[in-house]
Design a protein around this ligand. Structure first.
Ligand SMILES: [Zn+2]
Length: 435
């Protein structure tokens, strides 16, 4: 399939990229001015024609999207919509997103920019939700774009317990997967419960695509060692689709040929093209629901430093809630740093499932660990926590199956269809509500 949209390798340096962005900006503004929301907000402003002018417009917030639920941001006749999505809102307020078929070409192409490639030879397990988010459909469309066989393995469906995921991965020769990183660890435990070795008994597997959850280098490396394949990270949202992906050098690049990016400092109210702050995005090829200066409120660090991959795209580090932590004694314990510490234990201890509770005077940590490694793992983790945070911890080694019950990895519940007529001995408790 040939696309008229910009493709990697078509621009040579920042000037060239800027020209490409500005060429599309006028179209983006025209599209935006067709939506009731932007018609109102743009009415009193001179329409921007350059990326620099854009900074004169107010930011669009997630709350704006909620306030304009469902179709206040719609810029095309409803007949042209291809899909409607919502992201999980707080306090039950839905955040709507919708796309035309043309918007979907841009969406699918952005997600499909994986350095390892996708082709008709691939069997691609999509293990993120299909309802009501974008993520499952996004990966699905990207796989289809390149002719891959897509296995729709929705992680919120009763029809797809872990045992079935691993059976499918094994028996179908799944080559690529898309999920949150935690799934990859649970699959490894599920595979072991089914008598398979994750690193050896899935020879077709080429890579694990992950996103949607913070991931430290230590955990990522652990997942990669467990499965013996690269872990390739992706960053995006239901409101925007894929915003960044990894190059062969392991750096995350923003798709700046498809969207304009700014970094907003909420303390000063200023924006910059790089540095640390909240990521603000203006998608350039989005007609159904244009967004001008949409503030994702994700903390990021953006850099225009060169990368040897030659993509000529800025890099982004998603800090997310990395800075958020709980006080324990005089220290602040963040999930990010604690995860690094837990996953720095030797692989041979087999510790992958854990949880912790930060209390004012002590950090309580529970790890799943086999009895033969328990004493060593507990002692090492206690020492590491003291080294890194300077706080006391109470580490408890739990039997495997305590945090992630064995049954969750092995059960294969029946998913039944509704039915009204039953035989004399049959359970008719779930006649119509078939959950
Ligand atoms: Zn690169």
């Amino acid at each position: 399939m040939t696309s008229i949209l910009p493709q990697l390798g078509q621009w040579h340096g920042p000037e060239d990229l800027r020209r490409l962005q500005e060429k599309q900006l006028a179209q983006t503004i025209t599209w935006a001015s067709r939506s009731p929301f932007y018609r109102r907000s743009l009415a009193s402003t001179a329409l921007p024609t350059t990326a620099a002018d854009l900074a004169g417009l107010p930011l669009t917030s997630k709350q704006d999207l909620r306030d304009n639920y469902p179709f206040g941001m719609l810029a095309v006749p409803k007949e042209r919509l291809a899909t409607y999505h919502e992201s999980s809102g707080t306090a039950g307020q839905p955040t709507p997103s919708y796309y035309t078929a043309e918007d979907w070409v841009d969406l699918a192409e952005r997600f499909a920019r994986k350095w390892i490639g996708m082709s008709a030879a691939d069997v691609f397990l999509v293990r993120t939700p299909y309802a009501l988010l974008l993520t499952g459909h996004l990966a699905h469309a990207a796989g289809r774009l390149h002719g891959a066989t897509v296995v729709p393995g929705d992680n919120r469906s009763l029809a797809m317990p872990y045992a079935r995921v691993v059976r499918v991965m094994h028996d179908l020769g799944v080559t690529l997967t898309w999920s949150v990183p935690t799934e990859c660890l649970i699959w490894a435990a599920t595979a072991a419960a089914a008598g398979h070795r994750p690193g050896a008994d899935f020879p077709a597997l080429r890579a694990l695509f992950v996103g949607g959850e913070p991931l430290t280098d230590a955990r990522r490396a652990r997942i990669s060692r467990l499965w013996g394949v690269p872990v390739i990270e992706e960053y995006g949202s239901t409101e925007t689709g894929s915003l960044a992906g990894e190059c062969p050098n392991g750096r995350m690049h923003l798709w700046a040929d498809r969207a304009l990016f700014e970094v907003y400092d909420p303390r000063t109210g200023t924006v910059d093209v790089e540095g640390e702050g909240q990521l603000v995005v203006t998608p350039l090829f989005r007609e159904a629901m244009p967004l001008l200066r949409y503030n994702l409120e994700d903390n990021v660090s953006v850099s225009y430093a060169d990368c040897a991959c030659g993509w000529n795209l800025p890099t982004v580090q998603v800090l997310g809630r990395a800075a958020f932590g709980y006080a324990v004694g005089a220290a602040t314990v963040t999930q990010h740093r604690l995860e690094e510490v837990v996953f720095s234990l030797p692989d041979s201890h087999g510790v992958v499932f854990w949880r912790a509770r930060a209390e004012p005077a002590v950090l309580r940590i529970e790890i799943e660990v086999a009895p033969e490694h328990r004493a060593a793992a507990v002692a090492e983790l206690t020492a590491k926590v003291r080294d890194v945070f300077g706080v006391d911890s109470e580490v408890v080694g739990l039997a495997p199956g305590t945090l992630i019950p064995h049954e969750a990895l092995t059960s294969m519940p029946d998913v039944v269809k509704p039915r009204s007529l039953f035989g004399p001995g049959e359970d008719w408790g779930k006649a119509l509500l078939y959950y």
